[in-house]
Ligand binder design. Structure first.
Ligand SMILES: [Zn+2]
Length: 493
C-alpha cells in the first residue's frame, strides 16, 4: 500500500498578539520526516511506525510544528500548504495512492483565514476526492464541519498532559489500513457539546475526564467502533467553532457512530459541573502570600506556584507581569526567604540580548515583560547580575539567560518556548530542588516538577491563558456556552 503522510501542529491563541512565523516553526521536508522527524512526542512518529510495520510505502510530504503561540503567519502557512499540495500532486503523478494519514493539531489558526485544518483538508480533497483519509488530532482540537466533510476517520489524544501521541498516531494509521484492506468506508459521527473547559480543569488523571475517557476506551471495544475521541477545543481562541466535540469513527456503521457519540456527549454534559482545579488555586496576590507562608512558617521546600494565566505552552505570550508585580511589591519578604525565589521565566528577546551583550558576571539595568501582552504586562525595571548564559538551546534555538535580582533569580529566553521542559533549568545549571520557592509560567505541573514539589499552588494569574474563562471578554464564541451561561439547556440528540 502506498500512503501519503504529513502534518501541521500548532495551537493558536487568538488572545496573544504575537504572529507565529517561520522562525518559530520546526519544519521537516519530504524524506527528512522519516529520518530527523521521528520524535517520540509526535503523533506522526506513531503513524510512521504503524505504516512501516504493515510494510507500506510511505510518501512523506511536510511536517511543521511550533510551540503554541499567537495565530500563524498567513505567508508562512500558505507556503507550507503549497509545498504539501505540490508533494501530493507529485505522488499522484508517480503512481496510485491508497490512503492519506495526517498528524494535525486541530486548533491551528491562520491570520486572515481562521481554521487551518479545514483549509488544508479541503485542498487535499480537491486533489484526491475518494482516497481514504484519517487524521490524528490533539485533545484540544476544535472541530469544524469542513474538517468532518473532508476526512473519513479521526482520533484524538486520550491523555492530558499528552503522553499518548504515538499511540494516537498508530491508531489513525491502523484505522486507515483496515478500511483499505477490508474495502469498507470509515464513517465518523460527531456531537458538539457547547462547553469551554480550562486546560487545568481537564487533566486526564482527574475526574470527570478520567471516567469520560474510559467511556471512550470502552466504546472502542464495541463492535465496529474504531475510535471514540473527546476533543475539548481550545478556550483561548475566540472563535465561533469553539466547543467540546465527541467524534466516533466506525467501519461503515454510521448508526453506531451516531449512537455512541450521542451517549458520550450526554454523559459529558451530565458531569459538566464537576470540572474543577485539582490543586490549591488563588489569585496572584493570594497565591504568593500562601507560598511565602508555606516556606517561611512551615519550612516547605520547594513550593511551586504556577503562573497559569501566562502559560506559553497554552499559547500565551510568556511576558505578562501581573504575578511578577505581586512579587516585586513583596521584595522585603522575598529577601527573607532562605534561598532565592526562582522564576522560570520570561520570553523577552530584548532583555536576553542585553544580558548576553553584557556577559556573564556583569551587572546591568534591564526591563522585563510587557512587550507583547500590554494588557497584563508592563516593562518592569530590574537591576540584575548575569549569572549564566546558554546559546541556541533546544530545537527552537533559544538563547537562555539566568539573572539575579536581590533574592530572586529569573530565567529569560530569546524565543517563545515552554517552561515545562525538564531539561531547560538543568541546562542553566539550576536544580529546582535547591530553591524554596519556584514560580513557573505553566499550568498543571509537568512530572519533573510535580514529583519534587512539597506544595503546588495554581495562581489564576492574568494573561492570554487566563484559567478563569468566565472573566475573558469573548466576542466571537457561540452563545449560550457553558460555563459562561450557567443556566443554559442542552440535549445532544
Ligand atoms: Zn493539547
Amino acid at each position: 500500500m502506498r500512503i501519503i503522510i504529513g502534518g501541521m501542529n500548532h495551537e493558536s491563541n487568538t488572545l496573544n498578539p504575537i504572529i507565529t512565523g517561520e522562525d518559530d516553526f520546526v519544519v521537516f521536508h519530504g524524506q527528512e520526516i522519516l529520518e530527523k522527524g521521528l520524535l517520540p512526542y509526535y503523533s506522526s512518529t506513531g503513524i510512521i511506525e504503524a505504516l512501516r510495520e504493515a510494510d507500506c510505502e510511505i510518501v512523506p510530504t511536510v511536517l511543521a510544528r511550533a510551540v503554541p503561540n499567537g495565530v500563524v503567519s498567513d505567508e508562512f502557512y500558505y507556503r507550507i500548504k503549497a509545498e504539501m499540495l505540490e508533494r501530493i500532486r507529485a505522488a499522484v503523478a508517480a503512481g496510485p495512492v491508497d490512503g492519506i494519514c495526517l498528524a494535525l493539531h486541530g486548533s491551528m489558526k491562520v491570520k486572515g483565514l481562521g481554521c487551518a485544518e479545514g483549509d488544508i483538508l479541503s485542498a487535499i480533497r480537491n486533489i484526491l476526492p475518494e482516497v481514504p483519509l484519517t487524521v490524528a488530532l490533539d485533545m484540544h482540537a476544535t472541530i469544524t464541519d469542513t474538517m468532518l466533510a473532508c476526512a473519513d476517520g479521526f482520533v484524538g489524544y486520550k491523555t492530558a498532559p499528552h503522553v499518548d501521541c504515538r499511540e494516537t498516531g498508530a491508531l489513525a494509521a491502523s484505522m486507515l489500513l483496515r478500511s483499505i484492506k477490508e474495502k469498507r468506508r470509515l464513517t465518523t459521527r460527531a456531537r458538539t457539546v457547547p462547553m469551554l473547559i480550562a486546560g487545568e480543569k481537564s487533566e486526564s488523571a482527574a475526574e470527570p475526564m478520567k471516567s469520560l475517557l474510559n467511556a471512550c476506551r470502552a466504546a472502542e471495544k464495541e463492535q465496529g467502533v474504531l475510535a471514540a475521541s473527546l476533543l475539548l477545543g481550545f478556550p483561548w481562541a475566540d472563535d465561533e467553532h469553539e466547543a467540546v466535540t465527541v467524534l466516533v469513527t466506525t467501519l461503515d456503521d454510521p448508526r453506531t457512530a451516531d449512537e455512541v457519540a450521542a451517549r458520550i456527549a450526554r454523559e459529558f454534559w451530565r458531569r459538566r459541573a464537576e470540572f474543577d482545579f485539582r490543586c490549591e488555586h488563588y489569585d496572584s496576590k493570594t497565591a504568593m502570600k500562601v507560598a511565602f507562608r508555606a516556606v517561611l512558617h512551615e519550612g516547605m521546600k520547594p513550593v511551586f506556584v504556577s503562573d497559569s494565566g501566562d502559560n506559553p505552552t497554552a499559547g500565551s505570550t510568556g511576558d505578562s507581569t501581573e504575578l511578577l508585580e505581586c512579587i516585586v511589591a513583596e521584595m522585603t519578604t522575598v529577601d527573607k526567604l532562605p534561598t532565592p525565589l526562582l522564576y522560570s521565566g520570561f520570553y523577552d528577546a530584548r532583555a536576553t540580548a542585553a544580558c548576553i551583550a553584557a556577559g556573564e558576571g556583569s551587572s546591568l539595568d534591564i526591563e522585563v515583560g510587557g512587550t507583547w501582552d500590554k494588557v497584563n504586562g508592563k516593562r518592569i525595571p530590574l537591576s540584575v547580575k548575569v549569572l549564566r548564559i546558554v546559546r541556541n538551546y533546544g530545537p527552537y534555538n533559544s538563547d537562555l539567560v539566568l539573572v539575579g535580582h536581590r533574592n530572586m533569580v529569573l530565567v529569560l529566553t530569546s524565543k517563545h518556548i515552554g517552561f515545562g521542559d525538564e531539561e531547560l533549568l538543568p541546562a542553566l545549571g539550576v536544580d529546582p530542588r535547591d530553591y524554596c520557592l519556584v514560580v513557573v509560567k505553566l499550568g498543571y505541573l509537568e512530572a519533573c516538577f510535580s514529583e519534587i514539589a512539597a506544595k503546588a499552588i495554581l495562581a489564576t494569574s492574568k494573561g492570554c491563558s487566563n484559567e478563569v474563562l468566565e472573566s475573558i471578554p469573548y466576542r466571537r464564541i457561540r452563545r449560550p456556552m457553558y460555563p459562561i451561561d450557567l443556566e443554559m439547556a442542552y440535549e445532544p440528540d
